[in-house]
Design a protein around this ligand. Sequence first.
Ligand SMILES: Cc1cc2nc3c(=O)[nH]c(=O)nc-3n(C[C@H](O)[C@H](O)[C@H](O)COP(=O)(O)O)c2cc1C
Length: 179
Amino acid sequence: MKIGLLVGSLRKNSWNKKLAKEVAELLDVKTYPIDLSEMPFYNQDLDGASPHEEYQRLREDIKKCDGFIFITPEYNRSLAPVLKNAIDIGSRGPEGNLWTGKPATVFSSTIGTMGGVSSNLALRQSFNCVNLISPSNPEVYLAKINELFDKDGRLVEATRPFIKSACDDFVEFAQKFVD
Ligand SMILES: Cc1cc2nc3c(=O)[nH]c(=O)nc-3n(C[C@H](O)[C@H](O)[C@H](O)COP(=O)(O)O)c2cc1C
């Protein structure tokens, strides 16, 4: 099984990027980082007979993965636009909706006190539309993410078991969808 990891922040020193690295280590299955740093906004005019090469790269990445973890901050009480853009691009194009029937979950984290719950749930709303199958468990909303990494840039021991168990729960769920 291969789990694609998509991060909702483009920032070089993003906490969510750091979290994604930890998640990649804690997952007991293969992971595949899906890079969205150069992805243009979805424009149907760029998606005709010969679609934009970045759109097609993303679509190939989606096809390689059996499931997805979206790791995201919250922006103004809603989802990260780069992730919504990726969902839109993956849902259209020559081969149609490539997300359909695949398992996905969201780990949200912010430096504030609510852990990105609004962005997490808003993203799951789009999952519904493209038929990404999202279990109610795990639920990961990490508040004060800036306090959850030690001086070496590693996730603190106190939080590690929680993330490990969320990863394990998601893999157990995703396994049901793999032939
Ligand atoms: C435009 C913008 C809007 C934000 N809105 C929220 C918000 O609604 N809720 C929240 O908890 N944090 C909000 N933040 C703070 C982010 O949680 C914080 O910048 C976080 O570190 C971003 O994630 P990153 O470190 O992975 O880039 C916002 C930040 C920006 C730049």
